[in-house]
Design a protein around this ligand. Structure first.
Ligand SMILES: [Zn+2]
Length: 142
């Protein structure tokens, strides 16, 4: 009897090979059922991490190569929107800016006149609606 291995905690004789290997009885070791659960939980957690890293890869893959094209696209989109806005302003005959044409990056501003033409600011030049449209289209401002 004395040769039997005993539990480190409660000093009871250990019977099962698992308990002997562990040096503790199932109760002192924290119950086999709980142990099974914790193992299952660990698997779930690790598979969760695996899934997370996988989805992270999926996110990173389009993020890195997509970074520059996205910036280029948004700039293009911004330009397109400005053009559209300018065209709308021109058609609706409300004052609008026309790019950066003057020295010192001063924008040209066109204000509509009652006779149907446009006044160019700050030059004060008067341009007919048709002429301005032609000009804006030529330089792809609208
Ligand atoms: Zn024990």
């Amino acid at each position: 009897m004395e040769e039997n291995p005993r539990c480190k905690k409660c000093k009871r004789v250990l019977k099962s090979p698992i308990s002997i290997a562990r040096g503790m009885g199932p109760k002192c070791a924290g119950v086999s059922a709980t142990r099974g659960k914790s193992v299952r939980a660990r698997i779930t957690r690790s598979s969760g991490i695996a899934y997370q890293s996988a989805s992270l890869d999926q996110l990173q893959t389009p993020l890195f190569p997509g970074d520059l094209p996205t910036k280029r696209l948004s700039k293009k989109e911004l330009y397109r929107r400005r053009r559209e806005e300018r065209r709308r302003s021109f058609e609706m005959r409300v004052p609008f800016q026309c790019g950066m044409l003057l020295p010192k990056r001063k924008p040209l501003v066109y204000t509509p006149l009652d006779d149907g033409s446009w006044k160019e600011n700050p030059t004060g030049r008067v341009i007919s609606h048709e002429r301005l449209q032609e000009y804006l289209r030529q330089y792809r401002f609208i």
